[in-house]
Design a protein around this ligand. Structure first.
Ligand code: ADP
Ligand code: ZN
Length: 626
């Protein structure tokens, strides 16, 4: 078989995605490889396809026990012999698995890095025919990253003691320049093929909303997306419990997760979510590590997270299957205060020196500020995210809340000039509240106390509201015309770039929405982008069929005690509705249906489709045939 036949037979796909083929070809030629691709890009296939073509075993080193189980389940479903070896198994089970592995039973074996040192595993590895070692979540090897795992450093030694050096491939979704160098260097990759694809997740729709009643917003949103799986992140346990109870009282199949719950309850709730028994999860950021659920259709943030890094990681848990999904952040200005409080009460590592702690604190403040600007910007949200992570966005993505709203631009250069003057007069001693109050000519006690009425710019923008002045200041901060001190006082400073405004070579423009943006009542706005997309493709009959197939999938998943998305992804179900296959040959044309999946489930899905369509061809279930 060649790689295309493997792709079709085991995974049910017709084409490789961007980047996959380059990496697969490289390792098949015996070259090392490093793949840096965003979540959902399809990293797993990059080592699973070659694993099936290599003569020997592929060892996959992965840090997360739950992910291993998931991957192995999915592979076995696809008809690939795979196993995992980690601390969730008993010694007895491990011995058994190793014996089977030594006998050549498995093409792919997942192991935790700690395992590489144990005598039993070493004994096996020295005698086995290992074609490739794959390091998943390779950023764990770097001390610069957030998820450093000391046991990852053992991988190199392990590879060295093997009788013949296998191909080494490494994959990660998160890698700054520094982390990337660590991976290359520490892992000792030899002239590797390096592939970096963009971090953009095109299927995710980003939007920031500022509803007056967040709770009502969430209720309406969840009610408008029945049957869909989603995660709602809250900043505090208290919020999780509150929201969980409200949704449960509405009859939503919801569960929750936070560090205050016992181990057993957390495990059970997580499983209820993964198995779609409770497709809606309300959680703190403690939830999500190692969750590979592909059919999450929305991630709502009830509060603003502490950094854009956190936000993109959490929001990125939506839409791993490549189908449209929504990432909605519910913003209120108090969120900044809540986060600052959380940062201040964060436990500090006692090993750090005072200077190090101060540096961490500054970095945290800076991250919080970047996050806050995300919530305030009126420019393309996707571009904002991509630029922050060092990529170019093209300005207008057309698939974010801001790109979809109509805006007009107002020239505020003159006001910006007054703002600059004011800050200079004050010698940068004050923050945004005092500056805005002074310019507006406010007479509150605190300002009197500072004696601000003595500054020449006192009241120079008195025709504007303080909120309006703050908006311009924020715009200037985002454009780098102003800066703030990196501490909690956030004193305003004028940057060098502001010269251009003062000598009239640069204009400051403020975007405004044409109409008041609708925020409070999402349900009335009709279907969400993700919902629209499914219904863009399918008409009402098609959507009915989709629901039937989704129920069948749930039923089979329960019988087999397996997560539904491992049986078929949402994307596959939509494609089934579009193609409405009538026989095996037609069913095998559906994306994600390979020979083995067909053998397991094909007939049941064909029957369900036939009973619904009565044999009418697929074109009646999408497009204009309503
Ligand atoms: P990652 O590990 O990069 O986050 P996965 O390997 O989990 O991503 O893949 C994400 C999804 O994309 C999975 O459902 C996978 O089956 C699907 N996928 C991967 N490669 C292809 C392909 N060539 N064609 C269609 N779907 C694919
Ligand atoms: Zn956009």
């Amino acid at each position: 078989m060649n790689k295309f036949e493997i792709l079709k037979k085991y995974f049910g796909y017709d084409q490789f995605r961007e980047g996959q083929e380059i990496l697969i070809d490289a390792v098949l030629r015996g070259r090392d490889a490093l793949g840096i691709m965003p979540t959902g890009a399809g990293k797993s296939l990059c080592y699973q396809v070659p694993a099936l073509l290599f003569p020997g075993i592929t060892l996959v080193i992965s840090p997360l026990i739950s992910l291993m189980k998931d991957q192995v389940q999915a592979l076995n479903q696809a008809g690939v012999h795979a196993a995992y070896i980690n601390s969730s198994l008993s010694e007895n089970q491990i011995a058994k698995a190793l014996a089977l592995a030594a006998a050549g039973q498995y093409k792919i074996i997942y192991v935790a890095p700690e395992r590489l040192e144990t005598p039993g595993f070493l004994h096996f590895a020295r005698q086995a025919d290992i074609s490739m070692v794959t390091v998943d979540e390779a950023h764990c090897i770097s001390q610069w990253g957030q998820d450093f795992r000391p046991s990852y450093l053992k991988i190199v030694q392990f590879i060295r003691i093997l009788p013949t050096r296998p191909v080494v491939s490494a994959f990660t979704a998160t890698a700054t320049e520094r982390v990337r160098e660590d991976i290359l260097c520490v892992l000792g990759l030899k002239e590797p093929e390096i592939l970096v694809t963009g971090f953009d997740r095109k299927n995710l729709y980003f939007v920031v909303e500022t509803p007056r009643k967040k709770e009502a917003y969430v209720k309406d949103y969840v009610a408008a997306h029945p049957g869909d799986s989603g995660i709602i992140y809250c900043a505090t346990r208290k919020n999780v419990d509150m929201l969980y109870q409200h949704l449960a009282a509405e009859g939503v199949p919801v569960t929750r997760y936070h560090a205050g719950l016992g181990n057993e309850e957390r495990r059970r709730n997580q499983e209820d979510f993964i198995y779609d028994r409770a497709p809606v999860m309300v959680a703190t950021n403690a939830f999500g590590m190692g969750i590979d659920k592909s059919n999450v259709r929305y991630v709502l943030h009830y509060n603003m997270p502490q950094s854009l890094e956190n936000y993109y990681q959490e929001a990125g848990r939506a839409g791993r299957d490549g189908e449209p999904a929504e990432c909605i952040l519910l913003y209120s200005p108090q969120d900044v205060m809540v986060n600052r409080f959380l940062l201040e009460s964060k436990e500090q590592n006692p090993e750090f020196t005072w200077e190090e702690l101060a540096a961490i604190r500054e970095r945290d403040e800076e991250r919080l500020r970047v996050m806050n600007y995300y919530c305030m910007t009126k420019n393309c949200l996707r571009t904002y995210i991509l630029q922050y992570f060092g990529e170019k966005g093209n300005g207008d993505c057309g698939n974010c809340g801001n790109c979809r709203k109509e805006s007009v631009e107002r020239d505020v250069t003159e006001a910006a000039g007054h703002i600059i003057d004011c800050i200079l007069e004050m010698h940068g001693r004050y923050g945004i509240n005092v500056v805005a109050g002074t310019l507006a000519g406010d007479n509150r006690a605190k300002l009197r106390e500072y004696g601000v009425s003595g500054y020449p710019s006192y009241g120079s923008l008195k025709e504007m509201s303080e909120a309006g002045i703050k908006e311009i200041i924020n715009q200037m901060l985002m454009e780098g015309l102003l800066a703030v001190t990196p501490d909690k006082y956030a004193l305003l400073k004028v940057t060098k770039a502001a010269e251009e405004v003062r000598n009239s070579t640069r204009a400051v423009l403020l975007k405004e929405w044409k109409k008041e943006p609708e925020t409070a009542e999402p349900a009335k706005k009709g279907k969400s982008a993700a919902g629209k997309r499914r219904s863009d493709i399918l008409n009402s009959r098609g959507l009915e069929l989709f629901e039937r197939l989704r129920s069948l999938r749930t039923e089979i998943a329960r019988q087999q005690n397996m997560p539904p998305y491992i049986i078929f992804s949402d994307k596959t179900l939509v494609d089934m509705c579009v193609k409405a296959p009538r026989n095996k040959a037609e069913m095998l044309q559906v994306t994600g249906v390979g020979e083995n999946k067909f053998a397991r489930y094909g007939e049941r899905f064909l029957e369900e489709i036939a009973s619904f369509t009565g044999g009418v061809p697929g074109k009646f279930y999408f497009g204009e045939w309503c």
